[in-house]
Design a binder for this molecule. Structure first.
Ligand code: PHE
Length: 362
């Protein structure tokens, strides 16, 4: 057995201290630890030799070896902490994000077709001098029905169409608006004519199949002035169809209809043919129902505190989702409201390309 001397231990300690100091990373440091203090490490083997020593030798070398082991252990610990701190700082420095830099990749995400069509509608009608108005989704009977000249027993008030809330303390029930027409009332009660607004938004009816969802979107239009007549209504809506379907060939027909809040009332159809899933407006032998419209009923004007002998005008309302389906060729409404990113990336629109009349709507 090799004699262990204090000189040997001093050299050994110096060698390992230098190796610890030189270790460049945690795995290298671990190699040094194993070489010195592992099961078969140099220091461990020397400790095993203690058993073969005389009691006198052991008294000297036992404490010396233990001291050596302790010093190496704490040197390794200290070095390890320092290496880990260095690694963390390096990672923090290299992974630093400069949020002021421009995006490296095109942004993900796209505009929902409903949002896109609403943008297009706002652009088209803004060009004709319409402002955008809004009203609440949770309405009351007065704005949704009564002021719009619905008779008390009108079937549209029936719970089969309308989602009613529970009755409040005053005995009346709020409801989810079934159309955007209550915005006509809110606008007329809060502004002086002339009024020219569109009101896009969510509406709710208890219905669910391929072309009906309990929540869908409408856009309302309202024009009130002193000498507005049905010719204005027709011209405005024909111009709208031409702009929306991006064509000069538009042929429409107005079919007599009934709405409580307009008189006379009509539904407007557009001549079309199908090209794939989308519709081509202007040619073909089929008629597509696009919207409801009419001259605002004198009772509505009266309910809003205006004199129907002075003011009159027209209103129209149409389904935004349906417009999107027609223009962009979707046959099923339900996926509109199932947030599936594959559907959205297929049918969605770039958020960076805003609809405008100069370079095209879509
Ligand atoms: N509010 C009607 C509907 O939901 C549409 C409409 C609006 C008709 C304005 C005429 C005038 O069907």
């Amino acid at each position: 057995m090799a004699m262990t001397t204090n000189d040997d231990l001093g050299a050994l300690e110096a060698r390992y201290m230098a190796a610890i100091e030189a270790a460049g990373d945690v795995p290298a440091l671990e190699e040094v630890r194993v070489a010195a203090l592992g099961k078969k490490g140099e220091v461990s083997l020397k400790m095993r030799d203690l058993g073969a020593m005389s009691p006198e030798e052991r008294k000297v070398f036992g404490p010396a070896l233990n001291g050596l082991k302790d010093r190496l252990t704490s040197a390794i610990e200290a070095k390890k902490s320092a290496l880990e701190a260095d690694a963390l700082n390096a990672a923090l420095a290299s992974e630093r994000v400069d949020i002021t830099l421009p995006a490296a990749r095109a942004p993900k995400g796209s505009l929902h077709p409903v949002s896109q069509v609403m943008e297009e509608l706002a652009v088209i009608f803004a060009d004709m001098g319409f402002a955008v108005a809004e009203g609440p989704d949770v309405e009351d009977d007065f704005h949704n029905f009564t002021a719009l000249n619905f008779p008390a027993d009108h079937p549209a008030r029936d719970t089969h169409d309308t989602f009613f809330m529970e009755k409040g303390e005053d005995g009346t029930a709020k409801l989810l608006r079934t159309h955007t027409s209550p915005v006509q009332i809110r606008t007329l009660m809060n502004s002086e004519p002339p009024v020219r607004i569109i009101a896009p938004g969510r509406v709710y009816r208890c219905d669910w199949d391929q072309t009906h969802t309990p929540m869908f979107h409408q856009v309302e239009g309202l024009v009130i002035d002193k000498d507005t007549h049905m010719g204005h209504l027709k011209g405005c809506l024909i111009d709208f169809i031409a702009a929306f379907f991006e064509t000069d060939e538009v042929e429409v027909r107005f079919r007599p209809h009934h709405f409580p809040f307009t008189e006379p009332s009509a539904e407007m159809d557009v001549r079309y043919e199908r090209v794939g899933d989308a519709v081509k407006v202007g040619s073909g032998d089929k008629w597509l129902e696009i919207l409801g419209c009419g001259m605002v009923h004198p009772n509505v004007i009266k309910a809003c505190g205006l004199d129907p002998d002075v003011y009159q005008g027209f209103a129209f309302g149409m389904g935004v989702d349906r417009l999107a389906m027609l223009k962009y060729g979707m046959s099923d409404l339900r996926p509109f409201f199932e947030p599936d990113p594959r559907w959205l990336s297929h049918y969605g629109f770039s958020p960076l390309l805003q609809a405008n009349l100069a370079t095209g709507l879509s």
